[in-house]
Write a protein that binds this ligand. Sequence first.
Ligand SMILES: Cc1cc2nc3c(=O)[nH]c(=O)nc-3n(C[C@H](O)[C@H](O)[C@H](O)COP(=O)(O)O)c2cc1C
Length: 322
Amino acid sequence: MDFSIKIKDTVFPCNIVQGPLAGVSCAPFRALTLAWGNPAFSYTEMISCYTLINVSLKRQQRYIQKVPGETLCFQLSANSPKELGLATKIVTDYGADLVDLNCGCPVKKIRSKKTGSFLLSEPGKIYELIIAMKNNTNCPVSIKIRVDAKSDDHFNQDIANAVSDAGADFITVHGRHWTQGYDVNCSYDDIQFFVNALKIPVIGNGDVACVNSLRRMLATGCAGVMIGRAGVGQPWLIQQLISEMNGTPYSIPSNKIIGELFIEHILGLCDLLESEKFAIMQARTFAKYYARRIVKNHEFCLAFHQCESVAIAKELIDHYFY
Ligand SMILES: Cc1cc2nc3c(=O)[nH]c(=O)nc-3n(C[C@H](O)[C@H](O)[C@H](O)COP(=O)(O)O)c2cc1C
């Protein structure tokens, strides 16, 4: 099967990307994804343009540090074209390979700043924001959106027009309305709407975790697929999907190796955050993902949530990951 995707002038041999996950997708996570999954590219966590402009880059390593050899899309958050333009220049000078604007975040704090999914009600502003990115970088630029899902909002067509008029290089579409949680099914029809309405590549996103869900997503006609939550704790997932799509069974790492990957992730966080305490606090939030396959996963997660040091984390992982 041909898994390639062309974005602007670049042909990526693989059309699966690892998406942005706030609180997770900093460099140690992406290093594992690169080594085991080799996606087309990965995303940073969403980064506020205001912070990028006003805080020294040295103090923002958690958000901006790149992994050697990775292709990295910096995801920015802004409402002001001027701020977004400046931030786009900063990340481009820093080494961004692609630049994305978050237009899907449903969190109240983000919407109250008129950023994230709030922008979906302002297609004219999205147009200006895309232009601001394009004027400040030669990298491919994109936006990541949620969909109107037949709600009263009816914004799909207006957003498609803004994206196409402004000349974005690709778009990522998460097939849920911003008011919908993960308990609501992803709307493939809405993703297909954007595939049909636009000439640029559409990356489909939502609930892809196995070959069947990948096939379902590809059936929309999307040019690429974004993995979100399923990539956490399974850095090999993209290679597994490609292999199984080609009819070759993939041998999933043993629980012991998965435990070792979790420890590697935690040690990477200790280095990046320069704090064992913060690293462990962050690791607690994704313990459940690494523990998917172990027998006593609930018991492990309860214990791990009390964990306060790398030494204890190692003991727990040794005990439960066999
Ligand atoms: C913990 C968490 C953090 C997220 N952070 C971001 C983010 O910073 N930027 C963004 O565009 N989407 C973010 N998302 C949404 C995901 O990128 C993705 O669109 C969504 O999870 C659907 O994909 P999935 O079903 O493959 O997980 C986040 C999702 C989760 C669960």
